[in-house]
Design a protein around this ligand. Sequence first.
Ligand code: NDP
Length: 255
Amino acid sequence: MSSFDLSGKVAVVTGANTGIGQGIAVALAEAGADIAAVGRSRAEDTATKVRALGRKCELIDADLSSIAPVEGIVSHVVDSLGSLDILVNNAGIIRREDSLDFTEADWDAVMDTNLKVLFFLCQAAARHMVGWSNQSGRRGKIINIASMLSFQGGIRVPSYTASKSGVAGLTKLLANEWAPRGINVNAIAPGYIATNNTAALQDDEDRNRQILERIPEGRWGDPQDIGGAAVFLSSNAADYVQGHILAVDGGWLAR
Ligand code: NDP
């Protein structure tokens, strides 16, 4: 059996209805995992793709702007799919405004979804995983979706940059705490990926040209590019990878 094989594993993916979340859910299903697609928009299209691969897909409605649904998500997944082996914290939002004019509401909205709820989902999943991890080599895997703005400042996105820097730091802390408990905690930092989130940039001819000139690979990333990294970090091949922030950015940060 390939060390990348995820057969028999159950993966929770937040924000799986579209974009990077859908790319990750389909890639994990291709590798053999059953999927719980969690979000406020029902991931019917993702479920169709996952089921076409012969895998189960449970749809869980949850607004991840607060921690209220977190405990229920984990118990629902374990009840309906029998386990929770992999958590991918993908759901995220962005607000753009000059820092001089940035509002408390926009600060709180981004920090709550991108960082606070992400932490409590990690906690709830890890409390389940420590019940069985380290038994016969079985390990829990947590993957947080960070950003290039986990490493760089950006502009006019103060809460987003703070939240994604926080995701990187938190990922390292949780890896420190939970590695001895048989859980791997890592993050993926996507570069410019073509999704609804970045549609305005792709449609702006000048900005799009500047972006493409700056990316060594010379193209926008595809959600499947992130899916491949998620399969690796979810698999036994990554059992010795801890607290790593894996840039999948076509070389952007190398420049
Ligand atoms: P999209 O806007 O296409 O998708 C975001 C996902 O998050 C959607 O499924 C959305 O659900 C979900 N979501 C947002 N808020 C909530 C909420 N309150 N409750 C439940 N679900 C929620 O973005 P991308 O696919 O581009 O981004 C996915 C992740 O990747 C984000 O964390 C983003 O920050 C990160 N990222 C993206 C990059 C890119 O270039 N695209 C670059 C770097 C990082 P709904 O459809 O219902 O709004």
